[in-house]
Design a protein around this ligand. Structure first.
Ligand SMILES: C[S@@+](CC[C@H](N)C(=O)[O-])C[C@H]1O[C@@H](n2cnc3c(N)ncnc32)[C@H](O)[C@@H]1O
Length: 281
C-alpha cells in the first residue's frame, strides 16, 4: 500500500471513529486526565500564549491549557478528522471556552507559519503517524525557539494488557494479523530510549521521558467490550463481521483472558502504561 493511501485510510478510520470517541469522551478522559495535567505543567502556559494541540481528538488536553493562556492567548485545537473536531467543539462549548480556534491539520504537514506557537501538546498521536519523525520536525518548525512540546504515547504492549490481551485473542484465533513490527500503531513509539533519540534527531533539546502507570476500569466484561467497539472502529467492524457463534466464543475467551484483572463483582481493573515526554525547540 502506498503511503498516500495508508494515510488516507487512516484518516477515514479516525473519521469513522469520531462518533464513538464522542460517546466515550468522559470515561476515557477521566482515565487519562493525569497525563493531560502533566503535559500542561510541562509547557508552562502563560496568558497570551499560542498553544497548538495536534491530533487533539475530543480536545481535552488543549482545553485545560486554554483556560491558563487567557486573557490574550489562543488554543489551536487541531486534528486530521473533522468529526473529531466536532466533538472538541461541543466540549469547548460545554465548558464555555471561547479562546480556541479549530483547525483541520495533518500533524505530518502542519499548515502554520514557522515559529508561531509557544507550545505544542499531542497526547496519543505521534505513534499513529506514517512518519513520526516528519511530524516532530514539523512540530519543532512551528514552535518559537525555546517553546516546548509535551506528548504522550503508549508504552509497550506487555505493560498495556487492557489493549494487548484483546489483540492477542484476535490473533490467536486467526481473526486478525499480528501487528507488523515498526508499522504505525499504538505501540510504535514504545521504546523510551528510541523516543528520546527521535526527539533529539528532530532538533529538540532538554528532553525528558517518563513512564506513567495507571488503571483502565470497566464495570463488566460487557462494558469493556462495548468501549473497545466505540474507541476502535476496526474492532467494531471485525466483530460485526463474525458469525454469532464465533463472536460469542471470542467474547468468552476475552473474559477468560481478563479473569486475572476481574473482581468478584465482575468489574475489570487492568493496567495501562504511557510514556510521556517533553522537549524544548
Ligand atoms: C488515539 S486518538 C487521541 C485523541 C486525543 N489526543 C486524546 O488523547 O484523547 C488519535 C487522534 O489522532 C488523530 N490523527 C490521526 N492521524 C492524524 C494525523 N495524521 N494528523 C493529525 N491528527 C491525526 C485522530 O483523528 C484521533 O483524533
Amino acid at each position: 500500500m502506498s503511503d498516500v493511501s495508508a494515510r488516507e485510510q487512516s484518516r477515514r478510520r479516525w473519521e469513522a471513529s469520531a462518533e464513538g470517541w464522542g460517546r466515550r469522551r468522559g470515561e476515557f478522559q477521566a482515565a487519562v486526565l493525569g497525563l493531560s495535567h502533566r503535559m500542561v505543567d510541562w509547557i508552562q502556559p502563560q496568558p497570551g500564549h499560542r498553544v497548538l494541540e495536534l491530533a487533539a481528538g475530543p480536545g481535552d488536553t488543549g482545553l485545560l491549557a486554554a483556560e491558563l493562556i487567557a486573557p490574550g492567548g489562543t488554543l489551536i485545537c487541531s486534528d486530521v478528522a473533522e468529526g473529531m473536531l466536532e466533538v472538541a467543539r461541543r466540549r469547548a462549548a460545554e465548558l464555555g471556552i471561547t479562546n480556541v480556534e479549530f483547525a483541520e491539520l495533518d500533524a505530518e504537514w502542519i499548515d502554520l507559519p514557522t515559529a508561531t506557537v509557544d507550545a505544542v501538546l499531542c497526547r496519543f498521536g505521534y505513534m499513529l503517524l506514517s512518519d513520526p519523525a516528519v511530524a516532530l520536525r514539523e512540530t519543532r518548525r512551528v514552535l518559537r525557539p525555546g517553546g516546548r512540546v509535551a506528548l504522550a504515547v503508549w508504552a509497550d504492549a506487555m505493560a498495556n494488557p487492557w489493549m494487548s490481551l484483546r489483540v492477542r485473542e484476535l490473533v490467536r484465533r486467526g481473526l486478525s494479523e499480528p501487528p507488523a513490527p515498526g508499522a504505525p500503531g499504538m505501540f510504535a513509539l514504545a521504546d523510551p530510549t528510541a523516543l528520546a533519540e527521535l526527539l533529539a534527531d528532530s532538533g529538540f533539546v532538554e528532553i525528558e521521558v517518563e513512564a506513567v502507570d495507571f488503571l483502565r476500569s470497566h464495570e463488566s466484561l460487557a462494558a469493556y467490550w462495548s468501549e473497545a467497539r466505540d474507541l476502535g472502529v476496526e474492532f467494531a467492524r471485525l466483530t460485526d463481521a463474525l458469525a454469532p457463534a464465533v463472536r460469542e466464543e471470542l467474547y468468552q475467551g476475552l473474559g477468560e483472558a481478563l479473569a486475572p484483572y476481574t473482581g468478584d463483582d465482575g468489574a475489570i481493573s487492568i493496567p495501562a502504561r504511557a510514556l510521556m515526554a517533553s522537549a524544548e525547540a
